[in-house]
Design a protein around this ligand. Structure first.
Ligand code: IMP
Ligand code: MG
Length: 179
C-alpha cells in the first residue's frame, strides 16, 4: 500500500494539528446555533469523525452518499444521491464536510439541493482543496490544505476503494492508475 504512494504530502500529526484548528474556528463561529454536520460518504468519513471531536458544541451528525467517480480518476459531472439525510434540516445550520474539492461539481449540486430544504445556512468544510481543476465556482468556507493537481489518497480518500486506511495523505503513483 505505502509503496504505491509517490510522496507523502501531510503526515498524521500535520493532519491532527490542522483539524484541531478547524474545530476551534468552527466552535467559535457556530456558538449558540443549531448545527448539523453532514459528512459526505465515504471519503470524508474519517475526517468527519476526527473533526466533530474538535467541535466543542452540541451538534447533530448526518451523512449523505453520492456517486461521482466510480473507479476512474476523472469526474463524470453526474452526481447521484445514493443515501440522503436521515432527517430534515429546516432552521438548522448545515456544515457539509467533504474530503476533497476538485471540479466542484459534487458540492455545487449538494449545496443547491440542501438549500431547497430551508436550512438557516449551508457552509462547506473541506480537508483538501484542489483548485487547479475547478469547473464550478465553489469556495470552501473552511479548508485544511491546498493540494496540487495530482491523484491523492489516504486518510479516507480512495483510489478504486483502496488506500482509505493510510493514516497520512499522499500522491498516488501514476503507474497505479495508468496501467
Ligand atoms: P468534484 O465533484 O470533482 O469536486 O469531486 C469531488 C470528489 O471526487 C471528492 O469528494 C472525491 O471523492 C473525489 N476526488 C477528487 N479528487 C480526488 C483525488 O485526487 N483522489 C481521490 N478522490 C478524488
Ligand atoms: Mg467524496
Amino acid at each position: 500500500m505505502r509503496q504505491d504512494v509517490q510522496q507523502i504530502l501531510f503526515s498524521e500529526s500535520q493532519i491532527n494539528e490542522c483539524i484541531t484548528k478547524l474545530g476551534n474556528q468552527i466552535t467559535k463561529d457556530y456558538k449558540g446555533k443549531p448545527l448539523v454536520v453532514v459528512g459526505i460518504l465515504k471519503g470524508s468519513n474519517i475526517f468527519t469523525s476526527d473533526l466533530v471531536r474538535k467541535i466543542d458544541l452540541p451538534l447533530r451528525m448526518d451523512f449523505m452518499a453520492v456517486s461521482s467517480y466510480g473507479n476512474a480518476t476523472e469526474s463524470t459531472g453526474v452526481v447521484k444521491i445514493l443515501k440522503d439525510l436521515d432527517r430534515g434540516i429546516e432552521g438548522e445550520h448545515v456544515l457539509i464536510v467533504e474530503d476533497i474539492v476538485d471540479s466542484g461539481l459534487t458540492l455545487k449540486y449538494l449545496k443547491d439541493i440542501l438549500l431547497t430544504r430551508n436550512p438557516a445556512s449551508v457552509k462547506i468544510c473541506t480537508l483538501l482543496d484542489k483548485p487547479a481543476r475547478r469547473k464550478e465556482a465553489i469556495t470552501p468556507d473552511y479548508m485544511g490544505f491546498e493540494v496540487p493537481d495530482e491523484f491523492i489518497v489516504g486518510y479516507g480518500i480512495d483510489y478504486a476503494e483502496h488506500y482509505r486506511n493510510l493514516p497520512f495523505i499522499g500522491i498516488l503513483k501514476r503507474e497505479v492508475y495508468e496501467k
